[in-house]
Design a protein. Structure first.
Length: 431
């Protein structure tokens, strides 16, 4: 039996990344239960971000090594959530990288994971270390790291935090803050933070109408394949879900029983047991979304509405996966990557129809949007079209502050003037 290295590698090679690893899962479970309650949640974001780098082997290897080192420091050393890290605490990480513990420094480059021939499983390589030192004439030298290498670390972390901001996990980019100041200041044009982008990416009213009509059309054309897709799009829009809140991930698999009826009021809600920062919330369910749920369940051969604590998977697979943690399982939920791929199908279909109808620019814009844009669209429409109170939307969206929710409020300068034109200075005085 192989021993484990003092710092556990978290991400296997790109060909095995989605297969899952028992040691990594156990480590994340322990950290999540005992130290950082959203560790497994962030890990799924990290996997998705790394998968976007899979077409460049060099980038993938560099990025996964940096993320492993960073998450080891955050979870095992500092025991702090990635979302709680600010500029000052990230400076501590830089200091840590400049002077790491000697037992975490290796003097030869080895694979992060190796095949255990006896168990026929890939396992963390006990010889791997997150830091690589140098030898001179066969003698190990004191570990050093250049400013250029530190800037590369920050650039990688800045890119990761930009991804987390787009996924609404984080609201700040501490790596970008460090790179804008002091010794790590960088003028590289590609280091652009999502914090600098004022516009929230969402579908226009016209574009969203094409998306919904396309989802309905696909479901009508091929119900076995696309009834699930129609309900997925409806759920994310109606409940402002992040993809990770609707997908299977380590320690969580969404079920029908998350739709719950309040016994006193009869009002339905969708319960999210773990989301950003390990928080839970219940989102109000509209009558139209409830109707969409009934349609989907009847198609699956279920009762119109779920029973309390019903454990039927929310998005059942059409075909069992051939490998990975759920190899051979059909009655299991789709993961984040699979749900993204499904949503891109309907976005592309909608863009094609819009283009044929003469809305060329809208089609171009739609192809630039992502599944996460559906969440943005749901929030924006409920505030600006439905007129829901900001506080209600904030609670359903799981925003930490009302300021985040208010970014979705589209009010023109003329509208603001008109609403203020006749307001009195004394509400009790006679007009």
């Amino acid at each position: 039996m192989l021993d484990l290295p003092p710092a556990l590698p978290l991400f296997d090679s790109v060909h095995h990344l989605e297969d899952g690893n028992a040691e990594v899962n156990l480590y994340l479970a322990n950290i999540t239960m005992n130290a950082v309650n959203d560790a497994a949640y962030v890990y799924e974001f990290a996997v998705e971000w790394l998968l976007e780098q899979r077409f460049s082997e060099n980038n993938y290897k560099t990025y996964r090594s940096e993320l492993t080192t960073f998450l080891h420091w955050a979870y095992s050393v500092e025991q702090i959530s990635v979302g709680e890290i600010k500029r000052r605490s990230l400076s501590k990480y830089i200091d840590y990288c400049c002077n790491p513990p000697k037992y975490l420094v290796a003097y030869r480059n080895v694979a992060q994971f190796v095949l255990d021939k006896e168990l026929k499983l890939r396992r963390p390589n006990p010889a791997w270390r997150p830091f690589l030192g140098k030898k001179k004439d066969g003698v190990e030298q004191s570990y050093t790291i250049s400013d250029k290498a530190l800037k590369t670390k920050l650039a990688i972390l800045s890119s990761f935090y930009s991804y987390l901001i787009n996924e609404e996990y984080s609201e700040i980019n501490p790596a970008m803050m460090l790179m804008k100041n002091g010794r790590f200041r960088s003028s590289s044009q590609h280091l652009v933070s999502h914090e600098d982008q004022e516009d929230i990416k969402s579908f226009s009213d016209l574009q969203w109408s094409y998306v919904m009509s396309s989802a309905k059309q696909l479901a009508k054309m091929n119900p076995p394949e696309n009834e699930r897709l129609l309900f997925l799009v409806s759920l994310i829009y109606g409940c402002y879900l992040r993809i990770s809140e609707a997908a299977a991930r380590p320690g969580f698999s969404p079920v029908m029983g998350q739709f719950r009826r309040d016994k006193k009021t009869g009002v339905w809600g969708f319960f999210i047991p773990r989301s950003k920062g390990g928080k839970k919330r219940t989102v109000a369910v509209s009558k139209q979304l409830l109707a969409a749920l009934k349609r989907y369940r009847l198609f699956l051969g279920l009762t119109p509405l779920p029973a309390p604590s019903e454990d039927t998977p929310l998005f059942v697979r059409h075909r069992a996966p051939g490998r990975g943690r759920q190899s051979g399982l059909l009655n299991a939920n789709l993961g984040i990557r699979q749900l993204r791929e499904q949503i891109y199908i309907v976005i592309e279909h909608a863009a094609e129809i819009a283009e044929k109808d003469g809305f060329t620019q809208d089609a171009l814009e739609m192809r630039q949007l992502t599944p996460h844009s559906i969440r943005h669209t749901g929030i924006s429409h409920d505030i600006n079209l439905v007129g829901r109170p900001l506080a209600h939307v904030q609670a359903d969206a799981g925003h930490d502050s009302i300021e985040t929710t208010s970014q979705y409020l589209h009010v023109s300068r003329v509208e603001r003037h008109q609403s203020a034109e006749h307001k009195p200075l004394d509400h009790l005085a006679e007009n």
